[in-house]
Design a protein around this ligand. Structure first.
Ligand code: AHG
Ligand code: MN
Ligand code: MN
Length: 338
């Protein structure tokens, strides 16, 4: 008798939560899980691929070597095309939407490889995905993709780390599955993930400090002040892969901030396939996600590759950072004195 539950078993069981569902969403999640395993295999041998690439720039099938983020993009799109449940893919790697089957009901937005600058140095990377129901009756198009994050029916991420995990939500809590490479299955390892209400980790690229809004500067200073009651000074942890930074903070408690900066006046991270899916997961785990004042999931989406500042993580910590932003009357960049 199996002592663990696989992702496939779990998805089928959970289909009962959606009495009118016909199994399309379950099949879509299954397809994403399959592509994640293929990408995991390639991420794990990224160093070897470099060696092969230098030797002749072709792989064993005679195809040219590709950057892993392009490879990951192709794998996810191929799995979704093959599965037949997805009408449009919106991807970080494609300037325009990728139409698949006009018969299908669902839209998938994806960051196929998040933190890709970390691949060369063997540091954790991820995949982020978001699923919407299409709104058009026929001729699906960009307007099907430009829905508010609150309309997501499922979202999640894969972290290719010291172990590989798939974490997702369908709006009824968050569950995490760890890939057991010996059987090639994601197994339920973190049922009903709850994020600590507060924490002692702050994650922000402090190299950009001088370009941050005053409220963020003051919040960072707040994190660094000694205070026994709140466990300060907090610990600074920043990997540079949003998935990995948020996964750690989800488990341990913490805040992740990517604010507007002088050079990125709308922030860096993308609303459709980075901020919205991560916000859905974090909220479902009891955390909070805003742009410094407004809920991420309620933001209007007008462009496929739209950016947003993001303050995301443990509820109490995000509220505190928002209070600093409000007190400073943000969003401004005029105080370089701190
Ligand atoms: P991607 O690799 O998909 O382009 O995303 C990288 C993102 C995100 O994962 C990370 O948190 C952030 O960029 C890091 O940016 P900085 O190097 O500016 O801190
Ligand atoms: Mn990314
Ligand atoms: Mn990416």
């Amino acid at each position: 008798m199996l002592k663990f539950k696989t992702l496939g078993q779990f998805i089928i069981e959970k289909q009962a939560d959606f009495p009118f569902a016909k199994g399309e969403l379950s099949r879509l999640l299954r397809d994403i899980g399959i592509a994640a395993k293929i990408v995991n295999r390639e991420v794990n041998k990224a160093g070897l691929m470099d060696i092969l690439g230098q030797a002749g720039s072709t792989n064993i099938q005679g195809e040219s070597q590709q950057k892993l983020d392009v490879y990951a993009n192709e794998q996810f799109i191929a799995a979704l095309r093959c599965g037949g449940e997805c009408c449009i893919v919106a991807s970080e790697e494609n300037e325009d939407i990728v139409p698949l089957s006009d018969q299908a009901k669902y839209i998938v937005a994806i960051d196929p490889l998040d933190g890709s600058s970390n691949i060369d140095v063997n540091v954790a990377v991820g995949t982020i995905f978001s699923i919407y129901r299409r709104v058009s009756a026929s001729d699906c198009g960009l307007s099907d993709v430009l829905q508010k994050g609150s309309e997501q029916v499922a979202a999640g991420y894969v972290i290719y780390g010291s172990s590989t995990m798939l974490v997702y939500t369908t709006g009824k809590g968050v569950n995490g599955f760890t890939l057991d490479p010996s059987i090639g299955e994601f197994c339920l390892s973190h049922p009903n993930l709850q994020m600590p209400r507060t924490g002692t980790i702050y994650s922000v690229n402090e190299g950009n400090y001088v370009h941050f809004p005053t409220g963020v500067k003051q919040y960072i200073k707040y994190c660094q002040v000694e205070d026994q009651a709140t466990g300060r000074p907090y610990t600074s942890r920043y990997i540079g892969s949003m998935v990995a930074d948020l996964h750690r903070n989800l488990i341990k408690g913490g805040i992740f901030i990517y604010p507007v900066t002088a050079s990125a006046p709308n922030g860096k991270l993308r609303l459709v396939y980075e901020c919205n899916p991560m916000a859905f997961v974090i909220e479902q785990a009891g955390g909070r996600a805003t742009n410094g004042s407004d809920r991420i999931l309620d933001l209007e989406v007008t462009e496929l590759h739209q950016r947003s500042p993001v303050f995301i993580g443990s509820d109490a910590m995000v509220r505190r950072a928002e209070a600093f932003m409000a007190a400073a009357g943000e969003l401004t960049f005029n105080d370089y004195s701190l």
